[in-house]
Design a binder for this molecule. Structure first.
Ligand code: CTP
Length: 216
């Protein structure tokens, strides 16, 4: 199937790592599998795909930009935004980062360090602010209720949001399956069944192709 031929697509994947010192970082449990599957499926369907990821890509032969921090991911995404038709923000990005990175390893003998945090760049907000016509897909990882995800879908300026409950069986970080709920900018929701991440990716591209064809 080459229904995405001619599309330029950028996908973010993985969890950012915000360094404390050369050895430690503040990170999260994202495996990058969902974003990777979305990039792989888009490429298989003929899109020209750029995968901005913190993880080693699997089964993907498009362009890869490896990053660590939210700031690096922000640069990678914002600098490539103008060329894109679709941007999918599947990465789990730090909301806060240490104000300073120690240049040498903190030592136990110095006692517990005080780590002061500051906001990390909000990449999605920057994408929406700079956007000139790309179709934007956001993600929301929630724990329990999806009520906040509905608020995010309405407030963030995305074209659609995929929400999942990371505490639900089969949907947590690192799983090969996922149960997502699609939320439209008007707040309407469509829960998809628990399926493989590859199947979520395929359904996502079917939906985006359908929604974009109606925008033309
Ligand atoms: N995101 C981002 N930059 C950040 C944090 C999140 O671009 N610094 C993106 C994620 O990639 C995702 C979307 O924003 O597509 C929603 O992420 P989420 O963490 O659910 O949203 P927050 O607004 O950070 O909400 P919360 O209050 O739950 O932290």
């Amino acid at each position: 199937m080459t229904d995405l031929a001619g599309w330029k697509v950028l996908v973010t994947a993985g969890g950012t790592r915000e360094p404390i010192d050369p050895v430690r970082y503040i990170g999260n449990r994202s495996s990058g599998k969902m974003g990777n599957a979305i990039a792989v499926d888009a490429a298989a369907r003929g899109a020209m795909v750029t995968l901005v990821t913190t993880m080693d890509p699997a089964d993907f032969d498009g362009a890869v930009v490896r990053v660590e921090t939210a700031a690096e991911m922000a640069d990678a995404v914002w600098s490539r935004l103008a060329e894109q038709d679709v941007v999918v923000m599947a990465a789990a990005v730090a909301d806060f980062r240490p104000t300073a990175t120690h240049t040498t390893k903190l030592s136990r003998s110095d006692g517990p360090p005080v780590i002061v945090l500051e906001p990390a760049p909000d990449i999605l907000a920057g994408v929406v602010e700079r956007n000139h016509g790309a179709f934007i897909v956001g993600f929301a990882a929630e724990t329990g209720s999806l009520a906040r995800a509905v608020e995010k879908a309405v407030a963030k300026g995305v074209d659609l949001l995929l929400a999942n409950d990371v505490l639900a069986e089969g949907s947590g970080f690192g799983t090969v399956t996922n149960q997502v709920t699609v939320i439209m900018p008007d707040g309407t929701t469509d829960p998809w069944p628990l399926v493989s991440k590859a199947e979520v990716a395929s359904r996502l591209w079917d939906l985006v192709a359908d929604l974009r064809s109606r925008q033309d």
